[in-house]
Design a protein around this ligand. Structure first.
Ligand code: GDP
Length: 301
């Protein structure tokens, strides 16, 4: 139900257009596929992904000898699900069962990084885990306070220093604190300015080195937060961040705020990084584990 509610805008737009197309075209022909291609592109599925999808669809339609456009509709949802399930096995968060899990959260300012950290902390706490937050974004004005507000709301401690201090030092402190308190999950915020790519990379590298040195095998998860409403921009941010660091998963926010939820398909298909979490609203409970089947159901039902 959460998926259904959160994907209302995309569903109304996408399903609506597909239904309209099916009613206008009775017979499956080249023009039908061309219009379908446009619908998918307008939902931000991404040109490369759309071309692969359409090729697959044409093959399937030929194989099954489908003539009537209304019989293509279920094949579309089948193919969308297949595409999303390509990498299904690695869409779970990498949580350690008998040791501390360290997560590094990266992303450009404004994408919903702080909110996602808050929601994620809440979700983990609801699963019975103890969580500590590290205010590693010492650059953006207000970032530390905002994280503290979330800390209070969720009921977990936030390790911080003053604005402008060295993020690596904050993370180091947080790790010592997490170790002494034996917490299950340490979530580290980072700065999100992209204006200076070289500095950003250096800073992320430094933070990562501290984590690696203090806890062998960590960070267990480097989560990149992307804003679904920014469409193809999100894809290019993903490329930039994967050049800077080894991103292990994506949290895609604000899917509720866009009719272009097709970006999930582009990300899944064109990047080698699984979508692990999706944000479907501003509330504390509006973060879900990504689930391909539910996603496609949310698009079509
Ligand atoms: P940051 O700069 O990346 O830390 O971004 P914030 O966490 O401050 O979020 C920016 C804005 O996006 C805030 O107003 C959030 O409430 C909003 N936001 C974050 N995630 C979602 C989401 O999944 N859906 C919606 N509708 N808004 C979101």
């Amino acid at each position: 139900e959460k998926f259904k509610d959160g994907l209302t805008k995309t569903r109304d737009s996408f399903s609506g257009k597909v239904n309209d197309l099916v009613s206008r075209f009775r017979k499956v022909d080249e023009e039908f596929f061309e219009e379908l291609e446009e619908i998918l592109i307008s939902a931000d599925v991404g040109v490369m992904t759309v071309m692969d999808l359409i090729d697959d669809l044409k093959d399937e339609v030929r194989k099954r000898n489908i003539q009537d456009t209304k019989d293509v509709r279920p094949v579309i949802s089948e193919k969308l699900a297949e595409l999303l399930q390509e990498k299904e096995e690695d869409s779970n968060l990498n949580l350690q069962s008998n040791a501390m899990t360290v997560m590094l959260v990266v992303g450009v300012n404004g994408v919903g990084k702080t909110t996602t950290i808050g929601k994620l902390a809440n979700k983990l706490k609801n699963d019975g885990k103890s969580v500590l937050l590290a205010a590693g974004d010492t650059f953006r004005a207000g970032a530390i306070d905002q994280l503290e507000v979330w800390g209070e709301r969720v009921g977990c401690e936030v390790v911080k220093q003053q604005e402008g201090s060295d993020p690596a030092a904050v993370i180091f402190d947080a790790i010592q604190s997490a170790k002494s308190k034996n917490v299950d999950v340490l979530i580290c915020d980072t700065a999100g300015r992209l204006q200076n790519k070289v500095n950003l990379m250096k800073e992320l590298e430094k933070v990562k080195r501290v984590i690696e040195r203090e806890i062998p095998g960590a960070p267990h998860e480097v989560l990149l937060v992307l804003d679904a409403t920014t469409g193809q921009n999100a894809l290019s941010q993903a490329k930039t961040f994967s050049e800077a660091t080894n991103v292990t998963g994506i949290a895609l926010t604000k899917l509720d705020g866009t009719a272009k939820g097709g970006i999930v398909l582009a990300i899944r298909h064109e990047l080698d990084i699984p979508v692990k979490l999706i944000g479907l609203g501003e509330g504390i409970d509006d973060l879900q584990d990504f689930d391909a089947e539910q996603f496609v159901y949310g698009l079509f039902s």
